[in-house]
Write a protein that binds this ligand. Structure first.
Ligand code: AMP
Length: 216
């Protein structure tokens, strides 16, 4: 199974990608996570990406395409993969198509998760990341705890720079301008499955599984 998880920032792509990844035993490849790790490690890529990401802008296509090329060449992608956060521009989509063609892998589906913008802004602004493991939680999940439910780090929760309201608005604008056309591109190829992102994580996941298993 080869899936592209598509949707506005904060719509729940990462959460659904993780669930699908463990269900189907294929890697979850989040370009945002790859970049955040590079920033944490202060690699050359990380130093380049840091400022761009904190402003909510897009990292240049050439860099992103290089990252995906290297990642898809790894052995764990042989039986499938879930891309989360890529492609984010039509140019990235065209390059990805060429790459998949070269690899003889053209059976892909784009899962379009949609929701109202105001709901998304509310969600993003109320999520917190763990500084140590990077796991994301909603405020209600960590209400009475001072340690990370995933890695036990103490007092490690923080609001990502790019989840602050002014940056969220900017990311939304970039999504509308640069990323939404990607949907059109895949619609023309008949590869889009759309699903409502409102509702609990379990509800969205059940609906997604029904569609993927062909019983919707
Ligand atoms: P995400 O965690 O997917 O929301 O990504 C966080 C940030 O990483 C984005 O706001 C961009 O700055 C950068 N980023 C992630 N994926 C891409 C991509 N495919 N193209 C350009 N920038 C990206």
């Amino acid at each position: 199974m080869r899936l592209l998880l598509f949707g506005a920032p904060g719509v729940g792509k990462g959460t659904q990608a993780k669930l699908l990844s463990s269900k189907f035993n294929i890697p979850h490849i989040s370009t945002g996570d790859i970049l955040r790790q590079a920033v944490k490690d202060q690699t050359e890529l990380g130093r380049k990406a840091q400022e761009i990401m904190s402003k909510g802008d897009l990292v240049p296509d050439l860099i992103m395409i290089g990252i995906i090329k290297d990642r898809l060449a790894k052995a764990d992608c042989e039986n499938g993969f879930i891309l989360d956060g890529f492609p984010r521009t039509t140019n990235q989509a065209v390059e990805l198509d060429m790459l998949l063609d070269e690899m003889n892998l053209n059976e892909i589906k784009l899962i379009n998760i949609y929701a109202y913008e105001e709901e998304i802004v509310k969600r993003l602004n109320s999520r917190r990341a763990c500084k140590k493991c990077g796991h994301i939680f909603t405020l209600s999940q960590i209400e009475n705890s001072d340690s990370c439910p995933d890695c036990n780090a103490k007092n490690s929760f923080y609001l990502r720079d790019d989840d602050k309201e002014e940056v969220i608005r900017k990311r939304m604008e970039i999504f509308r301008m640069n990323t939404e056309p990607v949907l059109n591109y895949y619609e023309k190829q008949g590869k889009v499955i759309s699903i409502n992102g409102l509702g609990s994580v379990e509800e969205v996941n059940n609906n997604l599984l029904k569609i993927l298993n062909g019983n919707n």
